[in-house]
Write a protein that binds this ligand. Structure first.
Ligand code: SF4
Length: 187
């Protein structure tokens, strides 16, 4: 199965607890005003990637704690995202997903949540910025600890937000959560 991917960071500490392989899926029709990733709206952009190939890249990175799936809207590619999350669990990794849909909407859609430990849900609301909860963009969004593994991560969500700044192939990129953040790594 193929997943349309906009961006990958293979080893980050700014997109969930611990060191994580982060995948930004390409394509989102929710169009929240103030979204920080409008370049990921176009469902024809990015690259089509075999989930199995993506999982091979995940498996090749030593010392990861988990996989984070961001967007774009992950559940607008639900079958492929479900396969990716299941594969990450099979590798012994935790799985965190950021979705613009609420948990109730995802359940109504029968979205594949079986292999999601941590879910941040809901549309981003630029008028309700949240600077007190790590990895959460606006106060309407909720962190759902869907599994025992997710619940064990709860205390780590009280830390300040972080950003990473990296220079690769002469290109400067920043990932993480800019609101009230501190820099955790520079490459
Ligand atoms: S759901 Fe996420 S990616 Fe889509 S517009 Fe909203 S904030 Fe942006």
């Amino acid at each position: 199965m193929q997943l349309r991917v906009g961006q990958i960071v293979e080893d980050t500490e700014a997109e969930g607890p611990g060191r994580r392989f982060a995948v930004w899926v390409q394509g989102c029709t929710l169009a929240c005003p103030g979204c920080c990733n409008p370049h990921l709206f176009n469902s024809r952009g990015g690259d089509l990637v075999e989930v199995s190939a993506l999982l091979a890249r995940v498996a090749a990175v030593e010392g990861l704690e988990g996989l984070s799936v961001l967007g774009g809207e992950p559940f607008q590619q639900a079958p492929a995202v479900g396969e990716l999350c299941a594969g990450a669990h099979a590798l012994g990794l935790s799985v965190m997903v950021f979705s613009g849909y609420t948990l109730a909407e995802l359940q109504a859609m029968a979205a594949p949540l079986e292999h999601v430990d941590l879910l941040v849900d809901g549309r981003f609301d630029a008028g309700r910025l949240d600077t007190s909860r790590r990895w959460v963009g606006s106060t309407n969004q909720q962190l759902h600890l869907l599994t025992e593994r997710g619940r064990a991560d709860a205390p780590r969500f009280a830390s300040p937000n972080t950003v990473e700044i990296r220079l690769t192939r002469e290109q400067l990129t920043v990932n993480g959560w800019p609101a009230a953040s501190q820099v955790v790594r520079r490459w």
